[in-house]
Design a protein around this ligand. Structure first.
Ligand code: B12
Ligand code: SF4
Ligand code: SF4
Length: 370
């Protein structure tokens, strides 16, 4: 396989950077990771994400997916730069429920909820998977003996462990994979092949040193140190994966984050000042082609049916939360907003909604606004 042509094809597809790892070295890293993963699950840090331990066997034996795998190509795509959504500024820990930073600038703009940067564009699973399949077709055209297996995020592969093995970055204390010269606002996509490709030359990586900025900035105390996260406390988990209520103790700390959270990345010195090296090269991942950086709370609170939700959010990462999750989150953000113009919409929600959990969240929001 001509590596220069492979690289040219990958770059022409819009990937930001990539690395190649020898499959054996990937397997070794995954063995070390298994202990960390099992310990994490034993402590219950996976919260309600039962699919993680369920997929554990496949996840730790990637050769089950492609028995003759010899190489892994791990690809990174920027989804934002540090100039994107600013949940830190707008959604900082409220010191009181009347916090002026959280309030809508009344009479001017409708109150809005901040969408985490990774979710502002089109659904990355679909966008990146399509690119991986194109890459697979290209590879097979060049070498018909090649077999491949592709996965982005939801597949049973430990994306960050593979990315670390391919030299894309190091594990930060904020539990993200960080590229030392570029930062962490990138998706990771994994591509296994039976072709024996030349592995990338990996550079020695830095580490976090004495820095604790992410731990201090985390509004809910979800970072336990050493890159370990307790998902039960993480706003990203609570607003996206969680199928039940948002525990009362975390509601004020959510601030105006309606979907996901970036606080632990926004303060990271590896991201700050790096906007120039975080150019989004795949158009569908740009916020102008998706839901954008924030949502109008009144609009979200007025979505009464699953069909209405589908019409508004089809093809975006927000589908993951379903109508239930997004309306639940919007109630919490409304309660934190200080914007009393939302009171009638919340009252209507209480009257017309059949879901008891949503009613309770709307009541909580009203109590915060009264
Ligand atoms: C479950 C999951 C979550 C959970 C749990 C998060 C977590 N940190 O584990 C929740 C819902 C909270 C979540 C949140 C987010 N997620 Co998420 N998530 C995943 C998913 C599906 C599995 C991750 C997992 O298995 N976690 C369990 C831990 C134990 O395993 P791990 O993350 O693979 O590895 C960690 C440890 O094992 C440890 N480790 C491993 N080996 C070693 C060795 C040493 C020496 C050390 C010190 C540590 C260490 O460090 C790793 C990083 O923490 C992956 C996709 C995938 N298939 O891997 C995406 C993924 C991790 N998420 C991603 C993103 C973008 C996010 C958010 C930024 C979204 C947002 N803005 O809201 C946040 C970030 C929150 C955070 N600070 O981590 C990206 C991360 C890209 C990157 N550059 O790191 C991924 C890789 C998706 C993708 N393919 O792009 N996510
Ligand atoms: S995503 Fe938000 S809540 Fe989760 S660990 Fe990072 S700062 Fe904390
Ligand atoms: S904020 Fe500091 S401690 Fe946290 S990941 Fe970045 S460098 Fe590491």
């Amino acid at each position: 396989m001509d590596l220069i042509r492979l690289e040219q094809f990958i770059i022409s597809q819009g990937w930001s950077f990539f690395g190649v790892a020898d499959f054996k070295s990937v397997q070794e890293k995954i063995c070390t990771h298994r202990k960390i993963f099992d310990e994490w699950v034993k402590k219950g840090f996976h919260a309600g994400m039962d699919y993680l331990p369920r997929m554990a066997e496949d996840r730790h034996q990637p050769d089950r997916k492609l028995p003759e795998a010899k190489s892994a190509i791990i690809l990174a795509a920027w989804y934002s730069n540090e100039l994107g959504a600013r949940s830190l500024e707008l959604g900082a820990k409220p010191s009181s429920k009347k916090n002026s930073l959280l309030a809508a600038p009344s009479s001017q703009l409708p109150a809005r909820g901040v969408v985490a940067r990774y979710a502002a564009g089109r659904d990355y699973h679909k966008v990146l998977r399509k690119k991986l399949i194109e890459l697979s077709d290209w590879l097979k055209l060049n070498d018909p003996t090649a077999q491949t297996y592709v996965s982005v995020d939801s597949g049973p592969l430990a994306d960050r462990v593979l990315a670390e093995a391919a030299g894309l970055g190091f594990f930060g204390n904020n539990a993200c994979l960080i590229n030392p010269s570029k930062g962490s606002y990138f998706f990771i996509a994994s591509f296994l092949t039976t072709l024996a490709l030349e592995p990338s030359i990996t550079k020695p990586m830095p580490n976090c040193g004495d820095c604790k900025k992410c731990k201090i900035a985390c509004p809910t105390g979800a970072l336990k140190g050493g890159g370990v996260i307790d998902a039960n406390r993480c706003i990203s988990y609570l607003t996206i994966e969680n199928k039940g209520p948002i525990p009362i103790e975390f509601r004020q700390a959510m601030g105006n984050r309606i979907f996901g959270c970036d606080a632990c990345q926004e303060v990271c010195p590896f991201n700050v000042g790096r906007a120039h090296s975080q150019e989004i090269r795949i158009n569908d991942l740009k916020s102008e082609n998706g839901v954008g950086e924030s949502l109008d709370l009144a609009e979200v609170l007025s979505i009464r049916t699953d069909d209405g939700f589908l019409k508004r959010f089809a093809g975006t990462p927000l589908m993951r939360a379903k109508r239930f999750g997004l309306v639940r989150n919007a109630c919490v953000v409304a309660g934190n907003s200080g914007d009393r113009t939302l009171v009638p919409i919340l009252q209507q929600l209480i009257e017309n909604e059949s879901d008891g959990i949503l009613k309770e969240h709307a009541k909580w929001a009203l109590s915060q606004l009264s």
